[in-house]
Design a protein around this ligand. Structure first.
Ligand code: HEC
Ligand code: HEC
Ligand code: HEC
Ligand code: HEC
Ligand code: HEC
Length: 179
């Protein structure tokens, strides 16, 4: 009799522990979900600062050299930075890292943040030149960014493309975007 009582209470304890563990796992998942959007999902080789370079007089096309004539905007190679950073011009540790990489001839491997799948066709020339759409409409205020964007400004879902196409009377033909 005493044995079964003890056994029952042990089972009860185990059940309680499981519920406690499940509760803890739930709280952990909840906290993770809360901080998730703020943890940088993409690490860049240099904490590049758009705001300082735009303030120094550079234009988007100085580094994103392709958009006027192609589907791609293009990310700058080390050469584009070497023009001004062969020697340090500030006491920033990020710049020191850059100067070191340049002197070793290491490539700058920027990770592309905005991306559509391979079955989707998107062209910067069509949107930024022919359509005269500002970069900021799709990328937010890059000229005010002091660090690389950890995620796209827009989620590039099919609906987000089509919503604007409907607003601006652009094509919603499947074959325009899927080719
Ligand atoms: C001196 C060079 C330079 C200039 C000028 C510059 N950029 Fe950039 N841009 C970069 C570098 C380097 C990166 C990659 C690191 C980062 O994300 O900050 C980048 C990344 C970006 C990205 C994210 C690309 C991706 O991976 O999806 C966008 C969007 C962008 N720039 C827009 C702009 C716009 C708009 C302007 C003008 C207001 C501009 N940039 C001016 C160097 C430059
Ligand atoms: C036309 C000249 C020019 C080019 C090209 C250029 N920079 Fe700069 N960069 C500057 C100037 C000027 C400053 C100092 C800005 C300031 O302190 O306000 C600077 C500052 C910096 C700093 C230190 C800023 C900070 O965060 O405190 C880094 C890092 C940097 N640049 C990275 C880059 C990278 C990476 C590229 C190539 C994608 C690049 N720069 C291209 C002129 C240039
Ligand atoms: C209509 C929306 C839209 C506009 C306007 C736009 N972009 Fe983009 N951008 C995108 C999309 C979508 C991608 C992802 C493209 C892909 O994966 O092929 C992208 C990718 C990029 C990239 C990284 C890939 C690449 O093409 O090199 C850079 C850099 C960039 N954009 C810069 C710019 C700049 C600079 C401007 C203004 C001159 C601009 N974008 C205007 C939607 C836009
Ligand atoms: C902010 C508005 C806007 C967004 C967002 C946008 N587009 Fe567009 N798109 C336009 C406009 C305006 C045109 C017509 C440009 C012109 O030729 O004058 C266009 C044209 C096009 C064309 C050429 C259509 C044809 O007639 O052949 C393609 C393809 C395209 N967009 C794909 C996309 C894709 C893919 C996305 C999402 C990743 C997207 N667009 C997001 C506004 C937008
Ligand atoms: C304005 C551009 C645009 C048009 C028009 C368009 N799509 Fe898409 N489509 C996209 C983009 C961007 C994606 C990728 C979405 C993502 O990665 O979440 C996509 C994804 C898809 C997928 C992959 C499934 C998925 O969820 O990833 C299918 C299937 C598809 N589209 C079918 C169609 C059909 C059918 C039509 C015509 C009725 C159409 N699309 C018209 C831009 C477009």
């Amino acid at each position: 009799m005493a044995d079964t009582v003890q056994q029952e209470s042990q089972e009860e304890n185990a059940g309680h522990r499981n519920r406690l563990l499940a509760g803890k796992a739930f709280v952990a998942a909840f906290l993770l979900a809360l901080i998730w959007p703020f943890t940088p999902s993409i690490e860049q080789p240099i904490q590049y600062n758009h705001q300082k370079h735009i303030a120094a007089g550079l234009e988007c096309s100085n580094c994103h050299t392709l958009y006027e004539n192609s589907a791609w905007a293009g990310l700058p190679t080390a050469d584009a930075c070497a023009a001004c950073h062969a020697e340090p011009v500030t006491d920033s540790s990020e710049e020191a890292k850059l100067v070191q990489m340049l002197s070793e001839g290491k490539p700058l491997e920027w990770k592309q943040v905005n991306r559509v799948p391979n079955h989707v066709y998107f062209s910067h020339k069509t949107h930024a030149v022919a359509g005269e759409i500002e970069c900021a409409t799709c990328h937010g205020k890059m000229d005010e960014r002091t660090a690389p964007p950890p995620a796209p400004f827009f989620e590039w879902s099919m609906d987000n493309c089509i919503n604007c196409h409907e607003d601006r009377n652009a094509s919603v033909d499947c074959n325009a975007c899927h080719r």
